[in-house]
Design a protein around this ligand. Structure first.
Ligand code: GDP
Ligand code: IMO
Ligand code: MG
Length: 429
């Protein structure tokens, strides 16, 4: 198997960065295929921390090539800032190491303004977006008025497209009593970064095909999580892209990505940042304990992440949608020290038991989780463990029970933020 896909099965922040970095040891190419710099992927290598938003997690390895696929929305200013930041940390980022798709859509300053404005207009019903301009950029893409990386080649065409785009958005801004934005200013800003961005531009789809022909190992790095998928998540409290594994082929331009082994990342509990339904959320001491022990603060916005028990209804849903082959279970060590651990096995909804998520948004408010309670491993610890045999017995029972309920094998167990504090139960490449 030369393709592996890593996706989140919850509401993001499952530890995708750590696991992608680990698997990148044997990968030649790492490909981002959706989302943008709303993602925050953290890597900890020998005590040194890297926080990546747009750059694929393979960027820290000398021997891998990183690709930003067409399905990503790319803030060129943020990308340049991120490249500068990782260079300061000693990483080498050159067009030999990083390629960005010519057909990826650009996040422009107007998209960030609109993201913020729309959130403010929604008032108490806001989504809690990262305000990075993700939603408005995907909207422009689908409305066929977006600006793509390749549009930077032809400046006359770029000017025309920007004018057309701003014609639309200025009408909206006027309706919201907001100042008009000058397309020429945005054009000049884009000219200032044009050459740098174009130096990384390439036909990513064709390059991945060539890598496949050369028998290279390709790793697809998902962002966000399945419950944030615009089709399959807790709509409208979702992001604006498809975060599920089906997006790998579309967002990279290489359909053979469907042959990948699909790893679904799941935290040993659940977190969510932003608003929206969360049946197993804990508003008590245990929720606070998980948040503090797990350092559950958003990488992108610094917001406190909401915490709760593991929800098998949601993870099973994600496994069906993405045809997950195996699970990587992360942050197991955060459960160290608890007397009891609960697993949600179903929901009560208006007197009936359901085991799949409801479609209608308002029904989530009436859900009562059904729990199974397992003994914790208060007298043992998992932090830093790298061998399955060293995990406490009650912890092994928790893992086995999750496998039984989710009906997928667990192939990786992560016990600390460090790259090597991991139990790997399968060869992937
Ligand atoms: P991502 O968005 O899925 O890449 O996840 P984030 O990086 O946003 O959030 C995961 C956080 O948990 C990061 O701070 C990681 O360093 C950390 N982390 C990853 N795996 C583990 C683990 O097994 N144990 C602990 N304690 N922390 C972990
Ligand atoms: P990673 O890749 C967690 C959430 C936001 C908000 C919703 C919509 O680090 O797992 P957006 O800015 O995308 O329009 O916001 O999605 N969100 C994430 N939550 N992890 C992420 O990425 C997220 N990316 C977006 O908090 O609720
Ligand atoms: Mg994150």
């Amino acid at each position: 198997m030369s393709f592996v896909t890593v996706i989140g099965t919850q509401w993001g922040d499952e530890g995708k960065g750590k696991i992608v970095d680990l698997l990148a040891e044997n990968a030649d190419c790492i490909v981002r295929f959706q989302g943008g710099n709303n993602a925050g992927h953290t890597l900890v290598i020998d005590g040194k921390t890297y926080k990546l938003n747009l750059l694929p997690s393979g960027i820290v390895r000398e021997n891998t090539k990183s690709y930003i696929g067409n399905g990503v929305v790319l803030d060129p200013f943020a990308l340049i800032a991120e490249i500068d930041a990782v260079k300061k940390q000693g990483l080498n980022v050159t067009p030999e190491k990083l390629a960005i798709s010519e057909t990826a859509h650009l996040i422009l300053p107007i998209h960030k303004i609109l993201d913020g404005l729309m959130e403010d207009v929604r008032g108490g019903k806001n989504i809690g977006t990262t305000r990075k301009g993700i939603g408005p950029t995907y909207e422009d893409k689908v409305a066929r008025r977006g600006i793509r990386v390749c549009d930077l080649h032809d400046t006359e065409n770029l000017k025309t497209r920007l004018n057309d785009m701003m014609h639309h958005h200025n009408a909206l801004l006027k309706g919201l009593d907001q100042p008009q934005i000058n397309a020429d200013d945005m054009y000049n800003e884009l000219l200032s970064i044009r050459d740098v961005i174009l130096s990384y531009a390439s036909p990513v789809s064709i390059e991945i095909e060539q890598a496949d022909k050369d028998d290279k190992n390709v790793l697809f790095e998902g962002a966000q999580g399945s419950l944030l998928d615009v089709d399959h998540g807790t709509y409208p409290f979702v992001t604006s892209s498809n975060t599920s594994a089906g997006q790998t082929g579309i967002g990279s331009g290489y359909g053979a990505a469907r042959k990948a082994h699909i790893i679904g990342l799941a935290k040993a509990y659940t977190t969510r940042v932003g608003t929206g339904p969360f049946p197993t959320e804990l508003d008590d001491d245990i929720g606070t304990y998980l948040g503090e022990k797990g350092h559950e603060f958003g990488t992108v916005t610094g917001r406190k992440r909401r915490c709760g028990w593991f929800d098998t209804v949601l993870v099973k849903h994600a496994c069906r949608v993405s045809d997950v082959d195996s699970i990587a279970l992360t942050k197991l060590d955060v459960l160290d020290g608890l007397d009891e651990i609960k697993i949600c096995t179903g929901y009560m909804l208006n007197g009936k038991m359901i085991t799949t998520p409801p479609a209608q948004t308002h029904l989530w408010d009436n859900i009562e989780p059904i729990y199974e309670t397992l003994e914790g491993w208060k007298n043992g610890a998992t932090a830093g463990i790298q061998d399955l045999e060293k995990l406490p017995d009650t912890c092994r029972k928790y893992i086995s029970r999750l496998e039984e309920l989710i009906k997928r094998p667990i192939s990786i167990i992560s016990t600390s933020p460090e790259r090597n504090d991991t139990v790997v139960l399968k060869d992937f490449f």
